[in-house]
Design a protein around this ligand. Structure first.
Ligand code: FAD
Length: 434
């Protein structure tokens, strides 16, 4: 029986391509052009809705490593992006319309793929991959909510920045949670009154990104952008995300004037989340303003803060490492709806979901790539149980062994392991060379 893929965006196209190259029929549903999302403008498959950059090509940047791994996995999107690229320095930048036209052309002529231009409102029977992205249509979102439980489907993300643990000035920070200074889950970054005043003034002045019309949302009190809280008054933050109560700086044995709390994102302490720092500041301004916090003066940001419209599921709770729904294994998810963030990250999950669904149809066990690769690390991030799930870009902090190894050896190991994984996976399905 054919595998159904819902969504002809980046992830859906990658999934369909991986299935088709294994000589299995795919039916790919795309609702455009009959029904557009609030951000898409055409009926072209893989239309990119905002920036035309697929980010860095540098192998020693996590985005570059991800691309190299995707090349090894035979990514169709990457191949066409390179074919339609325009000058962009270290970044892979594409001619957006040429790119989407070429993807549409390539998938349309594939003899194993049938494209149906129709909105899917109910999840069909058989093996299905849902790759309907951050702007999944309302009826299907409703269907997903009733399948997964309403509380496991989100419509906006309010993301706090993540800082590379290695870049925090530990001389200026101290561990401990409120009233329990032994707890090492929180790392506290104190500010004096003078440091706070400067930080506060710069936060107010910083350039913010405007919401698009369809993104205008009534904020929830619990996840207001930090600058919106700041606008309510100079002291508001001191009763919110910069609250110092219950914390004592061991160096002074006193409660600081203000404290930014960082929460450990992983066991190794390679990544720390700035608690309550969701923001609409531009990336450049986030670096400038957040580096005014003394312990973060040299901070490297693995992920920037944001607040935007985004439909995504609570994958760590709902999905297996194979991207299958735990409660109904014939249903797979791929792309931004799984809680990865970004074009290439969405494609990577599309590749894995496509291969995984193919294995499922063949009745074979599928083992996802190891956490030592960037693709495997991303999949592990979205599928391993965690208390505070927020969408994530690819970054080195996700890769196993980041705190102990140098980047060069991490990259070398990742490329060798993804190649081994591909060879093994292909041999299990006797994949013929293209
Ligand atoms: C406004 C906006 C700006 C963004 N800017 C960037 C950026 O600059 N850089 C970046 O890396 N990421 C950006 N993103 C995130 C970006 O959307 C994803 O990185 C990427 O496009 C996700 O790929 P996807 O395949 O999961 O979803 P999409 O590319 O959105 O594809 C999903 C497809 O599913 C179709 N669909 C939806 N519902 C149905 C249905 N019921 N039946 C049939 N088809 C359906 C849609 O029409 C769409 O074609 C942005 C997102 C938004 C919303």
């Amino acid at each position: 029986m054919a595998i159904t893929v819902i969504g002809g965006g980046l992830a859906g196209v990658e999934a369909a391509y991986q299935i088709a190259k294994r000589k299995k029929e795919v039916v790919l549903y795309e609702m455009r052009p009959q029904k557009l999302t609030p951000a898409h403008k055409t009926g072209l498959l893989a239309e990119i809705v905002c920036s035309n950059s697929f980010k860095s090509r540098d192998l020693f940047d996590a985005h570059g490593l991800l691309k190299e791994e995707m090349r090894i996995l035979d990514s169709l999107i990457l191949r066409i992006a390179e074919e339609t690229q325009i000058p962009g320095g270290k970044a892979l930048v594409v001619d957006r319309w040429r790119f989407a036209e070429r993807v549409t052309e390539e998938i349309s002529k594939n003899p194993y793929v049938t494209i149906v231009r129709e909105e899917v409102r109910k999840i069909p029977s058989g093996t299905v991959i849902i790759a309907t992205g951050p702007l999944t249509s309302d009826d299907l979102a409703e269907e997903i909510a009733s399948l997964t439980g309403r509380k496991n489907l989100y419509f906006y993300d309010a993301i706090s920045p993540i800082v590379d643990g290695k870049s925090i000035d530990m001389e200026k920070a101290f561990f401990g949670s409120r009233y329990s200074m032994e707890n090492a889950d929180y790392l506290n970054c104190p500010l004096t009154e003078e440091e706070y005043e400067i930080f506060y003034e710069e936060l107010l002045k910083a350039k913010k990104v405007e919401f698009r019309e369809f993104e205008k949302i009534p904020y929830f009190e619990g996840c207001l952008p930090i600058e919106v809280l700041a606008e309510r008054g100079k002291k508001t933050l001191l009763f919110g995300p910069l609250k110092p109560v219950g914390l004592k700086d061991p160096k002074t044995n006193k409660t600081p004037y203000a404290v930014v709390q960082l929460r450990r994102e992983d066991r190794e302490g390679s990544m720390y989340n700035m608690v309550g720092f969701q923001t609409k500041m531009t990336y450049v301004e986030q670096e400038r303003v957040f580096r005014l916090i003394p312990a973060l003066r040299n901070a490297r940001f693995l992920r920037y803060g944001s607040v935007h419209r985004n439909t995504f599921i609570n994958s760590p709770h709902l999905l297996k490492g194979t991207l299958q729904l735990k409660k109904d294994e014939r249903i797979f998810f791929a792309g931004q709806i799984t809680g990865v963030e970004g074009y290439m990250e969405s494609c990577a999950t599309g590749i894995i979901a496509g291969i995984s669904a193919f294995f499922f149809e063949e009745g074979k066990e599928f083992i996802p790539p190891p956490r030592t690769t960037s693709v495997g690390a991303l999949i592990a991030y979205i599928t391993e149980e965690k208390a505070h799930f927020q969408p994530m870009n690819v970054n080195f902090g996700l890769i196993e062994g980041y705190t102990k190894k140098k980047k060069e050896s991490l990259v070398k190991r990742a490329l060798s392991e993804i190649a081994k994984w591909k060879e093994l996976t292909d041999s299990l399905t006797k994949l013929e060379n293209r």
